[in-house]
Design a protein around this ligand. Sequence first.
Ligand SMILES: Nc1ncnc2c1ncn2[C@@H]1O[C@H](COP(=O)(O)OP(=O)(O)O)[C@@H](O)[C@H]1O
Ligand SMILES: [Mg+2]
Length: 248
Amino acid sequence: MTKTSSIMVASIKGGVGKTTVAVNLAVALSIAGYKTLLYEMDTVNPGVSYHLGKLDDESSVQVYKPTGLQYSPARVSESYGATEQERASQLESEIKSGNYDFVVIDTQSADKSLLKRHFDMGLIIINPDEQSCAAGIMAKDLLESSGAKCNIMLNRGFEKPYALSDREIEEMFGTPIMAKAEEDLSLRKSLLEHVPNIITENAPKFNSQISNLARVYAAMIDEDYAQKFENFGKELNRAKSEIKKLQR
Ligand SMILES: Nc1ncnc2c1ncn2[C@@H]1O[C@H](COP(=O)(O)OP(=O)(O)O)[C@@H](O)[C@H]1O
Ligand SMILES: [Mg+2]
């Protein structure tokens, strides 16, 4: 591993699960032992703090103590434009700093200009419906035009007959679905508790899908990734007991 890999979690549509996936993926990578920064670019409706809990200081990069994840939460900007540009250049310098193995970026649905910047990888989040797929294709095209390699994650999957099938989705995108997670309402419990779902017993299938996703990204950049994941369960349990201590 010689450089930072940036993963832009994107769609042009809100509510598809970008923030949920970005937060849990970043937490999973930090549990596996990768130096990870979660960078929030949604200054219209920032959501990261609902997953990670209240901020305990005002510094721009903070440490999420249970796992060592670093994160930079966005604050709501009153004038759209200036803050986004400032944060976009701060994000660029964080990526260049060499301080991280992974930088995971949670973005805002409407910010198309950000998607025209260069990121190593795009994780396009879609649901099994035409509107979110169209929004995903738009995000993918923008990211690929600046050189990102994009993968697709189908989130909030549910049973037919009202859902698009995997095959229909893959035909629309012209590429296979890399990861899938079903609709699971117990994710809301974690949001109420302000604990990232992966460090809870809620939605266990979602959690194993996210840890698989973290493993796939680790395998892309690290030939020793399997060794790192040997201790994943132990480190996850350690994070769970840290959370319990903090909740007392
Ligand atoms: N797999 C899922 N199952 C059930 N609810 C989900 C799932 N993924 C996301 N959600 C819920 O959908 C809502 C929007 O998710 P969020 O991650 O904030 O989307 P976005 O960042 O794309 O706007 C949240 O209430 C979240 O808990
Ligand atoms: Mg969001």
